[in-house]
Design a binder for this molecule. Structure first.
Ligand code: GLN
Length: 312
């Protein structure tokens, strides 16, 4: 065991040094102005197998926002709140092949419910279902849920990033108003946008992400106490969405090359959940043209090959 642990550290160090040059070929997201301040050369990775400490390499103290990774977690919470029937009355289960913020299929689909919960339109429909009497109450519920999944009770959201996104969220506003017109969501769209941008701005380190990944990998248990947090079927369901839609419109190639249930965010984070094996957390904000972390994808490919992590 001790040997295996040292090996993890050695392997991670080697993989980071082999991939970090890739940051030069990508770009930090800037459509949310606050995200443009990220250091494009940052790289951090962590893995957690539930037994000992979480192993990490690189800038593992760096906080970054969940962005689209939050969509996986709000989906799980909405399913806990309402069950499958209610949730999937509002959002579908099919990958799109379109960019994550695309509006085009909403117009041509009948009924106009978003195709899946990992694109922005679908995530907005899911967030609209989270139970609570006010934005604050709903946000607190989401935060408490993420704190449980990560075993980190200090997690919170970054107000500057949330505000920056809220002020520049014209496209997400359009999606949300469109969905309300078509009866997919109800209530105050501006309040929904406030909740959604705050959920996206929840801040974590790669180590927190590895622990959340571990939780999902093991049917939704607490990463430290191993107490169940959600029903096994919910964890299975969200992992399946991670496989089919987790890496935006690169999910097909990613399944072939890597084969790990994963979800990326435009902040440069990626979470991986290898069923009954490992949780993986990655941060590297230099993105490819589809919005996925360049180093992150390469690191996952290397990890998958090295430890034979593909679920296929
Ligand atoms: N908050 C971002 C948005 O809605 C999340 C998108 C992403 O990470 N792909 O545009």
């Amino acid at each position: 065991d001790q040997q295996l642990l040292c090996k993890y550290e050695e392997d991670l160090r080697k993989m980071v040094s082999e991939t970090k040059e890739l940051t030069k070929f990508g770009q930090v997201a800037d459509y949310i102005p606050a995200l443009a301040e990220a250091d494009p050369d940052d790289v951090a990775v962590a893995i957690y197998d539930g037994r000992n400490t979480c192993f990490s390499e690189g800038n593992d103290e760096q906080l970054f926002t969940l962005q689209s990774i939050s969509k996986v977690l709000t989906l799980a919470l909405a399913l806990i709140d309402h069950g499958e029937e209610t949730v999937f009355a509002k959002v579908g289960m099919e990958p799109t092949g379109d960019p994550f913020n695309s509006i085009s299929k909403l117009e041509t689909q009948v009924p106009s419910k978003p195709l899946n919960p990992m694109i922005n339109a679908g995530a907005l429909a899911v967030t609209a279902l989270i139970k609570g009497g006010s934005v604050d109450e709903k946000l607190t519920r989401i935060l408490e849920f993420v704190r449980l999944l990560s075993g980190n009770s200090a997690l919170t959201y970054n107000d500057k990033v949330a505000r920056s996104e809220w002020e520049s969220a014209d496209l997400n506003r359009s999606l949300a108003y469109f969905l309300r017109q078509h009866g997919i969501i109800e209530g105050d769209v501006e309040k929904l946008l406030e909740l959604y941008t705050k959920q996206c701005a929840i801040e974590v380190t790669c180590r927190d992400l590895a622990k959340i990944g571990y939780s999902l990998a093991y049917d939704g248990i607490h990463p430290d106490t191993k107490e169940p947090i959600m029903e096994r079927d919910i964890a299975r369901l969200v992992k399946t969405f991670m496989v089919t839609c987790g890496m935006y419109n690169a999910s097909g190639e990613f399944a072939i090359r890597v084969g790990i249930p994963a979800k990326s965010g435009v902040s440069g984070g990626i979470i991986g959940a290898v069923p009954y094996r490992l949780g993986i957390g990655i941060y590297s904000p230099s993105l490819d043209d589809k919005g996925n972390s360049l180093v992150g994808m390469k690191l996952l490919e290397k990890l998958s090959k090295k430890y034979q992590l593909s679920i296929f």
